[in-house]
Design a protein around this ligand. Structure first.
Ligand SMILES: NC(=O)c1ccc[n+]([C@@H]2O[C@H](COP(=O)([O-])OP(=O)(O)OC[C@H]3O[C@@H](n4cnc5c(N)ncnc54)[C@H](OP(=O)(O)O)[C@@H]3O)[C@@H](O)[C@H]2O)c1
Length: 337
């Protein structure tokens, strides 16, 4: 392959996982203030599935190649880089797209050092879901010590990060999940209680746990199918953060009055289409406040949880596995070196 070409995960038409294939494409060139990262490992996100189905377009200016996070080594520095990085440094990156390719360009401020003791595989599993969880809990949710936080899809990659960050904030994580083994994993990571939404009413269970008070914060990637239970188990002055619509987008019923009587706040969040300045601020705060806890021994040590590793050539199987809701934690993708 010519040195200005690379391999990337690709699809020509929206559709099922069978549409994915590996294509030779032009290698990106780092622009002003950008670094070229040689990708060793990338990770899958639900957004990749939606994008493949034609339901989630990359924000303007972002690569149309899938992949919101990656780890690897700095391969080239674009003009105007401030000297934070040098060729060969290992790093992990938050991306608006393009991570599932042998090379990706990244603004230098959106690269992070890999915490000591973590592998490139573990590092690739951090940027998108841990930054999302940190943002939901702290920047948007203003979580306080002693508060209860209901985390839906508790064994999802975002959920696993949120459980650990909730504990670190001195708050109490409660989770929902659809199977016993997912609940067990969530409890092992620090959930105070877990509810199987397929077998019990999580609203009743949450109200019982909180002695009728309800939860102070809900991290909700489900949306439509959960709206009524969510608002019914929200505490007075509670905050409900909607960041996904896995359970649909429709609400049929008195959402406003229920929320109003509780003085509840409904906040929505999407990280991918935030501007560069916001992402820089988020990455800086996360790097200073959270990253060191991935290396520190002790009860507060944070742990990226990997479910499966796929070689890039098996991208179709990786999508099918996530689509079947089988993963507990991250699915990562190894790029050919
Ligand atoms: N807004 C943002 O900035 C942002 C950023 C990152 C991720 N997200 C969103 O966060 C969510 C989780 O992402 P992830 O990568 O962590 O996913 P993931 O690891 O693939 O986990 C998703 C889990 O959600 C559960 N689920 C799926 N459909 C459901 C339904 N209809 N009702 C209840 N539970 C359902 C399944 O677990 P069970 O077996 O327990 O049902 C599934 O395994 C996605 O919606 C994603 O789009 C949003």
């Amino acid at each position: 392959m010519a040195s200005d070409r690379m391999l990337a995960v690709y699809f020509d038409n929206p559709g099922g996982p069978e549409n994915l294939y590996i294509k030779e494409v032009p290698k990106p060139i780092p622009g002003e203030g950008e670094v070229l990262l040689k990708v060793a490992v990338s990770a899958l996100n639900r957004a990749d599935l939606l994008q493949r189905q034609g339901q989630y377009h990359p924000p303007p200016g972002a690569s149309s190649i899938l992949g919101l996070e990656a780890s690897g080594h700095v391969s080239e520095l674009g003009p105007g880089c401030q000297g934070h990085w040098k060729i060969g440094d290992s790093a992990m990156a938050l991306l608006p797209g393009g991570g599932q390719a042998q090379y990706v360009t990244v603004p230098e401020e959106l690269l992070m050092s890999i915490p000591e003791g973590l592998t490139l595989h573990q590092a690739a599993a951090i940027p998108e879901v841990w930054l999302t969880s940190f943002q939901l809990l702290h920047l948007l949710g203003n979580v306080q010590a002693g508060e209860t936080v209901l985390i839906h899809a508790g064994a999802s990659s975002v959920g696993i990060a949120a459980i650990q960050l909730t504990r670190m904030a001195g708050a109490i994580p409660l989770v929902t999940a659809g199977s016993q083994n997912k609940l067990q994993m969530a409890e092992k990571l620090g959930a105070a209680a877990g509810f199987n939404y397929k077998e019990q009413d999580f609203c009743e269970a949450t109200l019982k746990f909180t002695k009728g008070a309800g939860v102070n914060l809900i991290l909700d990637c489900i949306g439509g199918s959960y709206w009524e239970k969510n608002v019914n188990c929200l505490a007075l002055d509670g905050r409900w953060i909607l960041y996904g619509l896995l359970g649909g987008e429709d609400v049929n019923g008195p959402l406003f009055s229920k929320l109003f009587y509780k003085r509840g706040s409904l906040i929505t969040s999407r990280l991918r289409n935030r501007d560069k300045k916001y992402k820089q601020m988020l990455v800086k705060a996360f790097t200073e406040q959270i990253l060191p806890h991935f290396s520190k021994e002790g009860p507060q040590r944070l742990l990226p949880v990997l479910d499966r590793v796929y070689p890039m050539a098996e991208i179709q199987a990786a999508h099918k596995y996530m689509e079947a809701n089988r993963n507990v934690g991250k699915i990562v993708l190894e790029l050919p070196q």
